[in-house]
Design a protein around this ligand. Structure first.
Ligand code: F0G
Length: 455
């Protein structure tokens, strides 16, 4: 059969409030043309993020009732730890309230003003947590990873030659190498096992530990199974274990590939770092058997980790993202190719060539998707990255709009609707206006800036 069916039935539903185009035009103007200011009830299809937006299963909700809320030694922690270790065999598993808390604790221990932390592409919270210690965050993704139309199966790969040069430079202190799987900021692109092995070999040769930012590890593993020679017949579980066997530790946001609405962890083998991390954890997150979480959250994560490596689920997950990407490619809408795991990234700069980057083509496209069809995506471009530390403004590397697909939330007909809306906007693309920013904070301006259409 050709039709990809969702491998679940729906037991509990959330209504979507329908709005008219005229209502949405008023709402977005009120919101300063910034989708972060729009109320979620005023959105029809919310593709702002796949983080914390998963639909939990009946098994997860059931497990939550077993949550043990003891301050210390909760059996919910034991179940959480066992589920993590089953896939990611690290010595120390330290729960946190979400991924960035794990990053902050880790970087607080290893980074600092003398340090350089390379990654394929640092996610923005990881970069911010590196830079907050005074360290430098360096992105070393392969060249194809920066070209939206390059058809490379593993555009998340880290350039091992450039890493080698960095590790060999006596002037540069690298306490740790990160690899983000999948590479969210680079278009949700996977990293191959061959690349992870090459990176791990170089790290080992220089005595530098390798950590995975593993938010979307299961999607990465499934893309390895589909795209990398020699893995078609391996189970996703085996591929996951092989990925983590190459690393010395990981940071994780359970809001993605643990199918939970909150949570994260730091896992590692280094006893001294683990001791320090637990001390830090007690200061800001909580006792080491709950981190910043309730026992019930630990239960939801433990069950989510068994469901995320289910291959029927992953086949459906990847098929639905690919389905959206393929439909858009067929009608000529430029997207980041090939489609990665959790999102389709529209190439707004190529779609709206009449708008210079500093008239924010990504913002213009995102606003138009909202007014046309109530769809909320996320600009990843010159609004997000344009303001430089010295106060000047530069176009970002790319101007994209990310349509992130929440896990198990929308059906194929929702996606068909999304396709129809994008086609409609695409037909009118020449008329989309540029924008100017009329108000912005000093940092992270994309969350709160206010805009005005030009002309
Ligand atoms: N690393 C990656 C690759 C991420 O995508 C995220 C979050 C984090 C770390 C931080 O995790 O949110 O639990 O603190 N990404 C979300 C997104 C916000 O929309 O892509 P967190």
């Amino acid at each position: 059969m050709e039709t990809i069916i969702e491998p679940f039935r729906i037991k509990s539903v959330e209504p979507i409030r329908m709005t008219t185009r005229a209502e949405r035009e008023a709402l977005i103007e009120e919101a300063g043309f910034n989708l972060f200011h729009v109320h979620a009830e005023d959105v029809l299809i919310d593709l702002l993020t796949d983080s914390g937006t998963s639909a939990m299963s009946a098994a997860q909700w059931g497990a939550m009732m077993q949550g043990d809320e003891s301050y210390a030694g909760s059996p919910s922690y034991d179940r959480f730890e066992a589920a993590v270790r089953d896939l990611m065999p690290f010595e120390h598993i330290i729960p946190t309230h979400q991924g960035r808390a794990a990053e902050r604790i880790l970087m607080g221990i290893v980074a600092g003003p003398e340090a350089t932390i390379p990654s394929n592409t640092h996610f923005d919270t990881t970069r911010a947590n590196v830079e907050a210690t005074g360290a430098e965050a360096v992105d070393l993704v392969i060249e194809e990873g920066l070209d939206p139309s390059a058809e490379h199966p593993f555009k998340g790969n880290l350039d091992a030659e450039r890493l080698e040069a960095l590790l060999s430079d006596p002037e540069v202190h690298v306490p740790l190498v990160m690899v983000t799987v999948t590479n969210n900021s680079g278009g949700g692109q996977p990293v191959s096992l061959a690349n992870l092995r090459a990176v791990a070999d170089r790290c080992r040769a220089h005595g530098v530990p390798l950590f995975l930012d593993a938010c979307r590890f299961a999607e990465n593993a499934y893309l390895i199974k589909q795209r990398e020679d020699g893995y078609a017949d391996r189970s996703v579980r085996a591929i996951v274990r092989e990925m983590f066997s190459l690393a010395d530790g990981m940071t994780m946001s359970a809001k993605k590939d643990a199918l939970a609405n909150i949570g994260g962890w730091l896992a590692l083998n280094n006893d001294d770092w683990a001791q320090e991390a637990r001390n830090q954890l007690i200061l800001t997150e909580g006792f080491p058997t709950y981190g910043g979480l309730a026992g019930r959250d630990l239960e939801a994560i433990a069950v989510g980790l068994t469901e995320i490596v289910d291959e029927d689920y992953l086949a459906y997950r990847m098929a639905s993202t690919r389905y959206l990407g393929q439909a858009l490619t067929e009608v000529g809408v430029p997207i980041v190719r090939p489609v990665g795991g959790h999102a389709v990234y529209l190439d707004a700069r190529r779609m709206l060539p009449h708008l210079p980057p500093l008239q924010y083509p990504g913002q213009s496209l995102a606003v138009s998707l909202y007014t046309t069809g109530g769809i909320r995506g996320c600009e990843i471009g010159s609004v997000m990255f344009g303001r430089q530390p010295d106060g000047s403004e530069q176009p970002a590397e790319m101007d994209l709009v990310r349509l992130a697909i929440p896990r198990r939330v929308y059906t194929q007909s929702h996606i068909d609707y999304v396709i129809e809306v994008i086609e409609d906007v695409y037909a009118r693309r020449d008329a989309l206006p540029g924008y100017e920013i009329i108000e912005e904070p000093d940092q992270l301006r994309h969350f709160t800036a206010r805009f005005h259409p030009l002309g």
